[in-house]
Design a protein around this ligand. Sequence first.
Ligand code: ADP
Length: 762
Amino acid sequence: MPRKKENVPSVLKLLSSEINLEILSVLRSGSFNPRELAKILGKNETDISRRLKALERAGLVEGRWIRFGDKNVRRYSLKVDGLKVNFEPEGIKVAAAREEEYTPTVVKEEAPSVEDFFGRESELKLLSSVKEPILVIYGMAGIGKTTLAAKAFPDAFWYPVREGDGFEYFTWQVGLYLNRLGYPDLIEYLRAGNIEEREVFEIILRGLEKTGAVIVVDDFHRCRDERLGRFIAFLAEKMKTGKVVVLSREKPRFGVRGVFYLKLDGLDVESSYELLTAKGGSVNIEDFAEVYRLTRGHPLALILFSQAYPGSVDAAAENFFEFLLEEVYERLSDEEKLLLQIISLFGEPLEYEAFKRLYGEKSLFPVLHSLLRKGLVERRSDLYFIHDLVRGFVERIREVDEEKYYRKYVEYLMGKNEEGAFIRAFEYALRLGDEELIKRLVELRLRKFKRLVRSFKGPYLKVLSAGRGNPYVDLELGHLYFQNGFFEKALETWLEVKDKVEGIFKADVLTSISDVYMETERLDEAEKYLMELKEVAEGSSDPEIRLWYYMMLTKFYYYREEPEKAMESAFTELKILREMGDNPELESIVLLHIGDINSWMGRPEEALKHYTEAMEVARLHGLSFFENLANMELAKVYYHLGDHRKALEHSSRAVEYFRRMRNYRRAVDSLAYRCVSFIGVEELERAEEDAKEMVKIAQGSNYPLAWAGYIFLAAVKNLKGEPWEEYLALGREKMEDKGYLYGAVLEELSRVFDVSAFREEG
Ligand code: ADP
């Protein structure tokens, strides 16, 4: 549909904003409300809302009001898949289209732009011919690794490693990137709160092969998370198309297979001369010879020299770099010196927005750009940082008030409302040793970033370790122990903290303690702390605390096998949740629980109703994981009701999703129901396919239920009049020590197949 000409400039203007393009590409993987989008993109919600409205006016996205509990929420989805811009004699025409294929070209983490580039012809030639999937470029700081990689792979996705970052950051960034390239699997997987190492590896591998993407991992020597190294070694073995380029100061050890190593030295004489004259004008030939001897073509040293030139070249200087830096630094203005000192306080690259907070807006732009030009500050997309060599120097002469800037930075990070920024804020708060600030952060985590202790447990643990002994930090450490399966250690920690904290913190500790006791089936102790929690909840007007109490209560009755009471408590949870609003994930979980309780009480119709509702809530909010949990449960109930067609419909969706997410356990659970439903509708070939797939998964994973594939296969063969006994024997052998499971499988199968044939055999 061609647009009216008047709209053209505004559409193009909207598209010239990187954030708008990011919004559009995220919307590609589903529909979202402004808050979720803000979270995913690490941006301010009001700003995202405003942008969405503008995009909607331009006809690029579609907003819909949906009733959610007793609130209306606006959700946005993509209205077009692409735009075609035509330059015609009568003017520019933009046409929107909904097509199957859509390739967004702009990404945020782009390669640094290379303006002046000299020499390196042989290296570039070599790099373009390398067959190995992993390419390592190593060499000393400032030697030109980044510049070379950016020149050789201008379209790559750039991932600069920061000291504290864990593998989780990497996966999220790559997830967003691959999503833009039309591969949403990783981001869907992560949004469900999953982060299983092997699954993530496989999903990224598939994404890279499918899209042929190139990823550059810059400054790999900073990496403290072994998983990134393991991941690269994994790709070296397996990847066929796609490439990962690793830049590092030290030579990393990924083995030999699939890895190409290139050690980088300085520029040759001619290129060095060109670089020097391009940066600083003419150089005296004798001086040049001397400088080349001292620098051996090291580009950063050459650039610094050009800034200090003309001046006396003190060849006798003990450290030539130091000497150059001093020369250059002395010539800086006071503003430049201040800004440089501020940057050197931070071990991580900073965004322009952060500078506004730290330095102020006045004269920021010209000062920053002057430092960039002088080679003291570097820029990568919207991040600015100083070279480690320069940092070392500035640190020694720095005289700014650290505390003041760290405080400003923490406030800035907290305002970003995003997990990664939150963890960094915590790091600085601990460095400041400010108890109030730490408390505020923990409260923020408890209310806003509930999932962080699961999806970012590695990096969070690393940061928290520095604050051990502080009750609020210990409370958080307890959560991480719990997530890692160390229940007793978690319990010990929380019992220790319990009487040192108040309010929401106390409520969290009591909730957690009774939860561990329930998980470890010590119901009497669980009850004791639940009663204490009840007291806190009743004395508080905080809905969050009341919600926690009822969540624990439901679970408690569930464990105590008192379904009526569990049901009542679950409905109270739902009520509180809906009053609080905007918590679709918990809402779909509670609805799933209510479905479970109904199933358990033998009320399939009620169960269907709540599972369906859980599915709807999850779907509307793009929570695919919960949507498909609901699909699986629905399949089960429909199967029990004898509605095999419906069971097939829901189990197929779940199978497709969990397979794609490499969640083989859930894939098997859903496959099992689809297989028996196929038997139910006498589609034996398809049933056989599913049974065989289960067996295949069993062979790879030894997941007990997957072995039921043999039993289903025996049933199918029996129905087809083919030999079947051998399959049954295999199934029995594999499930021998799982008598209970075997019984349950036969019982489910008996709904569509006369299992007495099996019994006679045994
Ligand atoms: P590294 O990544 O090895 O630390 P960089 O690529 O950041 O080094 O290079 C350091 C400085 O030298 C940068 O300012 C960069 O612009 C400059 N530089 C490096 N290689 C070249 C080159 N081939 N031509 C021009 N400038 C270069």
